[in-house]
Design a protein around this ligand. Structure first.
Ligand code: TYM
Length: 334
């Protein structure tokens, strides 16, 4: 086994394609971090079931497509362990054991639970949905990682995972080391906004559920069309009206994707450039950034990804099985 410190992260296959929020908040970091750390990157299909249990047919296909996005973005499967959560049953066993030491009150207070409660509706609110963070804690703790690279929205989940680990350690002895959050320092990446704004005209995060996403795997024409319709400063009707780049989706993206963003922002503010020019320049810069990812993705076959996932599950299981031996031993289960 490698001497490198380990890191672990995952994404839900609720859709067959990742958006650039997933990329900027997490995946881009994974690609960098895999050079220094042993990275375990998981496609968390059981987590997707917490909202898709009545219609699970798409999940298996989505999982393969998400794994293709990982590799297309630069994950190197010869170094990094790419696997599907449900292929490593240790995740389920640890989830069960951790569920015994997790107070209900902690789970009821998780902000994402309250949000999801509203989305799925009262009659579809399951025991599994409430336990979502316990399953995530199991994903993380199985690999005893040094850190977990995620976007800002995952901070509450990492905090509860940490609390669960501490409680386990207090009860049964030190099995799980502390881990750190690896969230992008740049806030515009840690919580990438979407193409639209909420009812108050405030930018909100890019999310599939808001239908405000640019996907890694879409055509340059689709990207262009979406950017043409993106939210800009509402009071900037003409080129000469002053813009407010902080509240404009297009300017937020320019900040990430255009090396000249400072000049572009200044000109936007001063009313010497219009939204149309910003949009055109963003389309060019963003499509150029995504081109290598899109090209690589087109070259990954179904067989390639199946082989990567099969090998990944073997490697993940190897580490996870050792952790489970420690866990059972600590709890006196034999
Ligand atoms: P998920 O599938 O919602 O998102 C995957 C990753 O993408 C990040 N992300 C964003 N980052 C910046 N801006 C955005 N607009 C944006 N949207 C999404 C998320 O922060 C995340 O890093 N609960 C997790 C999945 C999970 C997991 C784990 C993560 C299950 N087990 C263990 C880490 C470790 C989730 O729902 O991510």
């Amino acid at each position: 086994m490698s001497d490198k410190k380990r890191i672990l992260s995952g994404m839900q296959p609720t859709s067959p394609r990742l958006h650039i929020g997933n990329y900027e908040g997490a995946l881009r970091n994974w690609v960098e971090l895999q050079k220094t750390y042993k990275l375990y990157c998981c496609v968390v299909d059981w987590h997707a079931l917490t909202t898709m249990a009545e219609d699970p047919n798409q999940i298996a296909l989505n999982s393969r497509e998400v794994a293709k996005d990982y590799v297309a973005a630069g994950i190197d499967p010869s170094e990094t362990v790419v696997f599907i959560q449900s292929h490593v049953k240790e995740h389920a066993e640890l989830h069960l054991l951790l569920s015994m030491v997790t107070p209900l009150g902690w789970l009821e207070r998780v902000p994402t639970f309250k949000e999801k409660q509203q989305t799925v509706g009262a009659e579809r609110e399951s025991y599994g949905l409430l336990g979502y963070p316990v399953l995530q804690a199991a994903d993380i703790l199985l690999y005893k990682p040094y850190g977990v690279p995620v976007g800002r929205d995952q901070a509450p989940h990492l905090e509860i995972s940490r609390e669960i680990a501490r409680r386990f350690n207090r009860l049964y002895g030190e099995v799980f080391p502390e881990f750190v959050n690896l969230i992008p320092e740049d806030e515009s990446r840690a919580k990438l906004p979407g193409l639209d704004a909420d009812d108050e005209g405030v930018l909100r995060k890019m999310s599939k559920s808001y239908d405000n996403c640019i996907y890694l795997n879409e055509t340059p024409e689709e990207t262009a069309q979406k950017i043409m319709g993106a939210f800009t400063t509402p009071s900037k009707m003409r080129k000469t009206d002053p813009g407010i780049p902080e509240g404009c989706a297009v300017c937020q993206f320019l900040r990430i994707y255009s090396p000249q963003w400072q000049t572009q922002w200044q000109e936007d503010r001063e009313g010497v450039r219009g939204c149309m020019q910003n949009k055109k320049e963003l389309i060019e810069a963003l499509n150029e950034t995504l081109r290598p990812i899109r090209d690589r993705r087109a070259a990954i076959s179904d067989d390639d990804i199946e082989a990567i996932l099969a090998a990944g599950a073997v490697k993940a299981r190897e580490f996870a099985a050792c952790t489970m031996d420690d866990v059972r031993e600590a709890m006196g289960l034999r």
